[in-house]
Design a binder for this molecule. Structure first.
Ligand code: DPP
Ligand code: ZN
Length: 844
């Protein structure tokens, strides 16, 4: 496979003035007729006329009306064209019904739909399929289906056809088409300048009851983007369509967002509180792309974080505003550590702006999205809120309608603040998670904090330079009062010293408040200090972090020294749980433990080879000890968290349910699942149903409930995904692989559906001790299925290969077993470019 480099970027030799497309829909032979106005690009020197095109059957091609015979390869075509404006016409035939890769135009349950990001448009017609080529589109759809949708505004329609005009120039990756039997949930929004926008959320018959929440989330997003960023919507209509077979979460196509049905359909009976929150965030995310992504897009795919990092940052701000900011921040930190840190510290490590790739689909990663968002958070922290707003205004003003780079982005900040961001730019270029270590000194009323930073080498980057790290620090006095309020220390050197003078007593520092930078903090503080912060820190993030660090410390000691659970942790937790002034959602988060995979990473960092079974046992023991320690409080937690009102998926109710669920999980460890069975019997929403069922399964019970759940929900694909996932997640280490393997034989295991595949295989990987079963059966099962899925859907396969990215942490036996599976995948004849790249990077 060829490697593409950022440094090789050159503009395309031609500009596109307009695109006209006609689709004659037929499942196995859809005809796409294109008429495209090109003219030479004065900014380009290379005039090669190459159009991308893959898996297309070219019927006819013409330039200025004259039929031509272009030179065709598997990647596209080359033709000789005039050195003046000209009209390109082509007719191609494609086969949506057999498009199982779900890229380009494909079919899902009888519905036609598209996914063009990153490079799917080239499977629809011949085109310069690159984000810096932007054009207006006119689309005519001929098809015998009631609903025919494309981007932009509807311009005309009749029996069996519809025409759409998108007046905003866009790259081809934002093209979309949907045709099917769909039902609209309508809505309306008036923009701040008085433009009326017709909103529709389209679902398949049967899903009508699941569209109201998404519609409300859309309206809230539209309003929020006006209020906070001054961004108004720019078309007469905004359509969202739910599709069952989809590789990603959702897609921001101009005026026609297409969503994985799991990321938009919601009802109290079928969706959990977590589902509702995620849906609200994804609707916002895709809507926000209209400005950060669509109006201002990326020059090339190396700049993907330009739109994704910024849009994730914006959707996180939105969720913080709609719900609880501290809870959102903690969720994001948990998520970053669980998904991005392993990526950044393993063989798949890459910069937020990569410099090369083979398959861009492999770079829709947590690094580009979530670390990309963290980088923006740090920038905002360093320049301040006001300067951030000013810079964003300038960005929107200056770059509207353009395809931009990270340099353009940083430039607006440099201009508005006068700050030199050349060192800050290392956050975009340097991969790996910086580690910040802390040394303290106390003398004569002066507290001295010495911070040092280092980043381990990552593939292709041996030497790391110091980065600008904003470290938010506050100091607490001996009685728990804050003696120095939060201050952002700018760590720019490898080692730097900060002094706090005039203190009456040695303070306790609260470092990296609000998780002010995506780094690993190495601070050898004592558990007494952590317990002190857990009791007194006024920074909600660090208060939670203190509990988390205590939990991690005690778990690591239990694993390596056969220690018993620390009293500091158990007592601290008990006081937090007792404190009814604290948000229930926050208290629920306090009850969380580091994931077993994170503990494996922490052991590996200490030079200890992690034993997944020992980690599992320690986590179980600590859970059991916690249950016993807080036993007397459990009845109160249950009654305090009862929701005596109709179900609402808002922060308040879901916070109560989260704490109630955590309490139920502990109770089930003491009563063997009696209370969980009662709750299951009375459950009237999916959160409750799923929580109580998982408690039962964890207690080794729940067989009857599991069967009843199946009977109740077998008609609902999204709930069935939960049914598959739950069994594998809740299985004990010895039965995980067996359970997963048996479920692959279940008639409802529609493995070609990405959601179902991920529900089962993703849960297998997520069950740490189960997946890492000593004999390698978990690795083999996953590899079997990756090999099977690859020819069908390379994108989903390649992404799941990352399950093996942490393989070098484990013992020689497991390493050998994993390597064997990686080699087996690598040697599969005809393995996709996607999976080939992933496996070879993981093998290193
Ligand atoms: N659909 C993906 C997202 O919104 C890719 N753009 O992040
Ligand atoms: Zn996005």
């Amino acid at each position: 496979p060829t490697t593409i480099y950022l440094k090789d970027y050159t503009p395309f030799g031609y500009l596109v003035d307009s695109v006209h497309l006609t689709f004659d829909l037929a499942p196995n032979a859809t005809r796409v007729t294109s008429r495209i106005k090109f003219r030479p690009n004065p900014e380009a020197t290379d005039r090669t006329f190459f159009l991308h095109g893959e898996e297309l059957n070219l019927i006819r091609a013409a330039i200025d009306g004259e039929v031509i015979t272009p030179e065709i390869t598997a990647e596209g075509l080359t033709a000789t064209v005039p050195d003046a404006p000209f009209i390109w016409e082509a007719v191609v035939e494609i086969d949506p019904a057999n498009n199982t890769a779900l890229e380009g135009l494909y079919m899902s349950n009888g519905m036609y739909c598209t996914q063009c990001e990153a490079e799917g448009f080239r499977k629809i017609t011949y085109y310069p399929d690159r984000p810096d080529v932007m054009s207006t589109f006119t689309v005519r759809i001929n098809g015998d289906l009631p609903v025919l949708l494309s981007n932009g505004n509807p311009s005309d329609k009749g029996e069996g056809w519809a025409e759409w005009v998108d007046p905003w120039p866009k790259p081809a990756y934002l093209f979309a088409l949907v045709a099917g039997e769909l039902i609209a949930h309508p809505g309306q929004f008036t923009t701040k300048s008085g433009r009326d926008v017709e909103l529709n959320l389209w679902v398949r018959p049967g899903d009508e009851g699941k569209s109201a929440f998404g519609m409300e989330a859309l309206k809230k997003s539209m309003k929020w983007d006006e209020d906070v960023y001054g961004r108004e919507y720019d078309l007469d209509v905004f359509n969202i369509v739910a599709v069952d077979d989809f590789n990603m979460g959702a897609m921001e196509n101009k005026g026609l967002n297409i969503f994985n049905s799991s990321a938009v359909l919601a009802s109290p009976e079928t969706s959990t509180d977590a589902n509702f929150e995620r849906i609200e965030a994804i609707i916002a995310h895709e809507y926000f792309h209209n400005w950060t992504g669509n109006r201002i897009t990326c020059r090339d795919w190396f700049q993907l974080c330009l739109k994704e990092g910024l849009t994730v940052f914006r959707d996180a701000q939105f969720t913080s505003d709609m719900r609880s900011a501290p809870v959102k921040r903690i969720h994001d930190a948990i998520d970053l550590r669980a998904r991005q840190f392993p990526e950044d510290n393993g063989p798949l490590s890459h910069p937020v702006r990569p410099e090369s790739f083979q398959e861009i689909n492999n770079f829709y990663t947590s690094t580009i999205y979530e670390k990309g968002a963290e980088v923006i958070g740090m920038l905002k922290c360093l320049v301040g809120d006001e300067a951030y707003s000013e810079a964003l205004d300038l960005y929107f003003d200056r770059h509207d309608g353009q395809a931009c780079t990270i340099e353009d982005w940083l430039q607006v900040f440099e201009e508005t603040t006068g700050r030199d961001l050349s060192q800050f730019k290392r956050w975009y270029n340097q991969s790996g998670t910086p580690r910040v270590s802390v040394a303290e000194d106390w003398a004569d009323g002066t507290y001295t904090l010495t911070l040092s930073q280092r980043t381990e080498p990552t593939p292709g980057q041996e030497d790391k330079q110091p980065q600008v790290i904003p470290v938010a620090v506050g100091l607490l006095g001996p009685n728990g009062d804050e003696v120095r309020v939060t201050k952002v220390l700018e760590l720019t050197e490898a080692e730097q010293t900060f002094k706090f003078t005039g203190l009456a007593a040695k303070p306790v520092p609260s470092i990296l408040r609000g998780f002010s930078a995506p780094v690993i903090l190495e601070h050898d503080s004592t558990n007494a200090e952590r317990a002190f912060l857990l009791a007194h820190d006024i920074d909600p993030f660090n208060r939670w972090q203190a509990g988390r660090s205590l939990a991690e410390d005690t778990l690591l000691r239990m694993i390596t020294e056969e220690a018993t659970p620390e009293a500091d942790y158990l007592d601290g937790l008990l006081s937090v749980l007792r404190d009814e002034t604290l948000d229930p959602a926050y208290r629920a988060l306090m009850l969380g433990l580091p994931t077993q995979s994170e503990l494996a990473a922490a052991l590996h960092d200490k030079g200890i080879t992690p034993d997944p079974m020992a980690i599992w046992r320690a986590a179980e023991t600590l859970r059991q000890a916690t249950a016993q320690h807080v036993q007397d409080l459990l009845p109160r937690l249950h009654s305090e968290t009862l929701v005596d009102a109709p179900y609402q998926p808002d922060a308040e109710q879901s916070g109560k349910r989260a704490l109630g669920s955590a309490a139920l999980a502990l109770t089930s460890r003491l009563d063997g699942g009696i209370k969980a069975a009662e709750e299951y019997a009375h459950a009237n929403n999916m959160t409750q149903q799923l929580t109580s069922l998982s408690c039962l399964l964890r207690a080794g019970k729940g067989e009857a409930e599991l069967a009843a759940f199946y009977d109740q929900w077998q008609h609902d694909r999204l709930v069935m995904d939960k049914w598959f996932a739950l069994q594998v997640s809740m299985a004990g280490p010895e039965t995980t692989v067996e359970t997963a393997s048996k479920l692959t034989e279940h008639p409802d295991f529609n493995w070609k559906n990405p959601n179902r595949f991920r529900a089962l295989m993703g849960s297998l990987v997520g069950n740490h001790a189960g997946f890492h079963q000593t004999d390698g059966a978990g690795y083999a099962l996953l590899a079997d299925w990756l090999i099977r899925l690859d020819p069908v859907n390379p994108q989903t396969t390649a992404r799941m290969c990352s399950a093996f990215q942490t393989w070098k942490r484990y013992d020689a036996n497991r390493q050998a077993l994993i390597r064997k599976q990686l080699n087996r995948i690598a040697e599969t004849p005809g393995l996709s470019r996607d999976s080939t790249e992933m496996v070879s990077r993981i093998l290193g």
